[in-house]
Write a protein that binds this ligand. Structure first.
Ligand SMILES: Nc1ncnc2c1ncn2[C@@H]1O[C@H](COP(=O)(O)OP(=O)(O)OP(=O)(O)O)[C@@H](O)[C@H]1O
Length: 436
């Protein structure tokens, strides 16, 4: 294995055995005449990838895709049916909640026990314990049997122990999500420190945003195979695609009899925008357009065009300008209450703000439409963002629980210029007063 490769998974398959009845498993184990009383279930099929030292790899996939199986193979909790897993370093894993903790033993006793399992002497474990206890911050519960812990306490202790043993590879499953927000923030801050120290990080999460934020590479698993290996944002988009489908109905556009909105405006550019009844997609001609947008939806409607107006110069947006995004869509079916949405994210995927006509109580935006209707919704806001680059996503959905009609993720790039008198992402217009 090359020096910088810390994990090498080569043609790995994992087959579980499913038994119709519990006694079949026992019979199979003890009696050679009953050797085949199971149905094989392939959880992973011919998986190959390598991870380099210092990489942060996110793993996504729907329930049952094989994520936990893969992590268990890496941690040697289970062995592959075929193929080879090579790991070149110490792994610390936070897999299933409290895995490895004995319920009848106290937190402290479990720490000594785990230390011994990991190959530390009692003295070494003793030296680590004050830091573990301080990080876990569960007070006197450290002396209580872990069976009385809440799931949050469990994960606090498990995480504190996992990071204290100075691993080369830290593996975190969904487990962290049971910790409260403050603890999660401390965990991710600690993970950040470890990553800058060169620790390799493997992270399974259903939160695409968290993976985009924490990882520099991502794998997408589907039905036990690697469907995609790439940049977290691209992989996250593909994952959302699997979750919600992507079947825009091109032919329906041709069939629709189009009616344009009646709105008029004093602004000639806006007037032209409103009256344009073409069913053509005009995004590519917009100066804000991001050609790497990710689009998906069930084709019930199409977001065709967008126009940005501003109290300042729409081509040079300055923090504090009031902006309006006019979004035009063509509906290809009747909808009782379409929901128009808009989200603003940083370039690395952190949502700064998102809303839609439903939660925003914008009754007029959500009024019924018939097939062939073109409608324009406007999203007006004061752009109190820090100078920087942001992606705007637009979406149309219904409250009927179907897939979104059309979603255009990161469709526009908004560049905000300064100056400002704050730091952070958004201007809260803080007022500072001092009395002496
Ligand atoms: N011990 C087992 N015996 C039989 N089948 C199993 C076993 N463990 C997992 N499986 C099956 O293997 C498949 C992959 O499971 P795995 O837990 O790896 O998926 P996952 O992607 O982690 O899912 P989730 O997001 O729900 O945690 C699933 O269909 C699951 O039912």
């Amino acid at each position: 294995m090359a020096d910088d490769i810390i994990i090498d998974v080569a043609h790995v398959s994992k087959e579980y055995r499913l038994y119709a009845r519990r006694r079949d498993k026992v019979l199979e184990a003890i009696d050679p005449r009953h050797r085949c009383r199971h149905t094989p279930f392939p959880a992973l099929h011919d998986i190959s990838f390598t991870v380099c030292r210092g990489e942060s790899l996110g793993i996504m996939g729907v329930n049952g895709a094989g994520k936990s199986t893969l992590l268990k193979l890496l941690c040697r909790v289970i062995t592959p049916t075929m193929g080879k897993v090579a790991v070149n370093g110490r792994i610390s894993a936070l897999l299933e909640l409290g895995a490895g903790f004995h319920p009848e033993r106290t937190g402290l006793e479990n720490l000594y026990f785990q230390g011994a399992i990991q190959g530390f002497s009692r003295r070494e474990t003793e030296a680590m314990i004050p830091d573990i206890v301080a990080f876990a911050d569960i007070g006197d519960f450290i002396n209580q049997p872990v069976k009385v812990y809440s799931s949050g306490m469990f994960i606090r202790l498990a995480f504190a122990a996992a990071v204290q043993v100075k691993p080369d590879i830290l593996i975190v499953d969904e487990a962290l999500s049971v910790g409260d927000a403050r603890f999660q923030r401390r965990c991710f801050a600690r993970i950040d420190e470890m990553r800058t120290e060169g620790v390799t990080f493997l992270f399974v999460s259903h939160s695409t945003e968290e993976i985009v934020r924490q990882c520099n590479r991502a794998l997408l698993l589907a039905d036990g195979e690697i469907l995609m290996d790439g940049l977290p944002r691209d992989v996250a988009n593909r994952y959302l695609d699997i979750l919600f489908g992507r079947d825009l109905a091109e032919e329906a556009v041709e069939k629709a009899e189009i009616t344009t909105p009646q709105a008029i405006s004093a602004d000639p550019a806006l007037c032209a925008f409103l009256q344009d009844s073409s069913a053509e997609d005009r995004f590519a001609a917009n100066p804000l357009y991001n050609p790497y947008e990710y689009r998906w939806g069930n084709g019930g409607a199409r977001i065709l065009d967008v126009m940005l107006s501003s109290t300042g110069d729409p081509l040079h947006i300055v923090a504090g300008d009031t902006l309006t995004l006019h979004v035009k869509a063509l509906f290809l079916r009747d909808f009782f209450r379409p929901i128009w949405g808009c989200t603003i994210k940083t370039k690395d995927g952190v949502t700064v703000y998102g809303t839609n006509s439903e939660i925003n109580n914008a009754q007029k935006a959500g009024k019924a439409v018939t097939a062939g209707a073109m409608a324009v919704s406007s999203f007006a806001f004061r752009c109190d963002l820090a100078p920087g680059e942001y992606f705007i996503s637009l979406g149309l959905a219904t409250d009927a629980g179907d897939n979104p009609l059309d979603r255009r993720y990161d469709a526009l790039l908004l560049v905000v210029h300064g100056p400002t008198n704050f730091f952070g992402l958004g201007d809260l217009h803080m007022h500072i007063e001092t009395e002496c």
